[in-house]
Design a protein around this ligand. Structure first.
Ligand code: URA
Length: 208
């Protein structure tokens, strides 16, 4: 699982504990998800290249390094990935966003695509945002949909994963990099991560 990067960052670890806490209300839950997205992106960017850019400064024109922000396209997987968007835009303000809605059939646990509003991705770096990697079904599906749009590369930012789901992604998509805050113990018979945080979408949007 070389492409699965278990990010070690105490600020991120602290946030995951807040997310696990059942007393964290949905407003704070969204804020913590957003902050986790911000930190995960900062960690992922450590592996990215900068380019030299001419900048006019007070003593003339100089060349300085910068990130090609507009090459990044954030793709939150609706709905649980949506709160990560604020956090990542704080880091790359000129990035773009596209949206994918993937639902899982709670009986078969199969993924179903029901909304695709992702812009063309040729020459772009697609950054998938999804807090949970449980069976890996939605992420696998999202990567397949995104690959058809020919991006330069795909990065996935995730908060909690189960070993089963991460193994599936590592085997099926070894060329994408997955940055994840914590790898939990296992899935239960309903496909929820144990210990996990429960249903991230329901907790973020105060539904059941
Ligand atoms: N989706 C969630 O929101 N939580 C899980 O534990 C598994 C999938």
């Amino acid at each position: 699982m070389e492409n699965i990067i278990n990010v070690k960052n105490p600020a991120l670890t602290n946030i995951v504990t807040k997310l696990r806490d059942i007393n964290t209300d949905s407003y704070l839950f969204r804020k913590y998800i957003s902050e986790a997205g911000r930190i995960l992106l900062l960690e992922a960017l450590k592996d990215e290249k900068t380019v030299e850019k001419k900048v006019k400064i007070w003593v003339g024109e100089y060349r300085f390094p910068e990130i090609e922000e507009e090459r990044y396209v954030f793709i939150p997987i609706m709905r649980a990935g949506l709160p990560m968007l604020d956090g990542v835009f704080e880091v790359l303000k000129n990035a773009k966003a596209g949206f994918l809605a993937i639902k899982r059939n709670e009986e078969t646990l199969e993924s179903v695509l029901y909304y695709d509003r992702v812009p063309p991705l040729e020459g772009k770096n697609a950054v998938i945002l999804d807090p949970m990697v449980a069976t890996g079904g939605s992420l696998d599906y999202a990567v397949k949909v995104i690959k058809k749009k020919n991006p330069e590369k795909i990065i996935s930012l995730n908060i909690i994963g189960a070993p089963e789901g991460l193994k599936r992604i590592a085997e099926k998509h070894p060329e994408i990099k997955v940055y994840i805050a914590q790898i939990d113990e296992r899935l239960n018979d309903k496909g929820y991560i144990i210990p996990g945080i429960g249903d991230a979408g329901d907790r973020a949007f105060n539904t059941e």
